[in-house]
Write a protein that binds this ligand. Sequence first.
Ligand SMILES: [Zn+2]
Length: 283
Amino acid sequence: MSLKTKIDKAYILNKAQELFKLADIEKTPVNLKLLASLAGIKDVIEDDIEEAGNLIPNKGSGATIVLRESDSAEKKRFTIGHEITHTFLPGFELKEQFRDKNIGKFSLKNEVEYLCDYGASELLMPSFLFEPLFKKYGYSIDGLLVLAKAFESSLEATAIKMVMQNQEKYALIQWIHDYKPADEGKLVQNVLPGFEQLCPKPEKVLRVSFPFGFKKDSFVPKHKSLKGDCQLLKESFDKKERFIGNVEMDFEGFTIRTKIHAHPYSYGGKERMLTLLEDYKIN
Ligand SMILES: [Zn+2]
């Protein structure tokens, strides 16, 4: 490899394509463990680790991937893809180990981790298989469910790949139903009898747990909640019914107007909502 090799998305895509050829990948779902072994990974093991995944370069050559055993099968597949991508990067074997706390967040703050998430997305959902299916089923919740099933990928990872098909037009927000950070303290306060009205019990609200898209980087901050309730979103969440329509989401300081596809679901016993945004405007 020349010293001038540029490590960017194109480099990662090239490496992924080389692996697809070696492994004869022609249909979904992709065999991630086969790709790992072809990339020189000697072992993929599971353990009770704090991080989502670890990569331990072997003395000599190759490496071992450690997955967090409590993660879902889909998440583990993404993690394998992320760790394989680390091995694409020159000099990875010089490190004792990679301990990956955050996988799949596509944060632009750390270029290497961003590229490894990008590589994971490609290895799990190769563009040459993803794009035709995306065109067939479209940017919709139905499309999301079909694609997630076909690629055995999580809803979140699949939705991100859908948004990446056109970041001028698409974005997503993952919501959780939880107390506002400012309200968490009030939960443990003892209120004197008769003063309940002055200190109303805090209520759970829909809060942004993960935004993705918005052209370059997400600027809907994490934990942000809506200023007032967006009635249509709240109804969809409360009734656990999907919703498609135009909404105005009023955050403190800015408003997002968008067509929305809302999908309330439970994950790990917690109620969540994934919303696909289409043709959004922020002001
Ligand atoms: Zn990593």
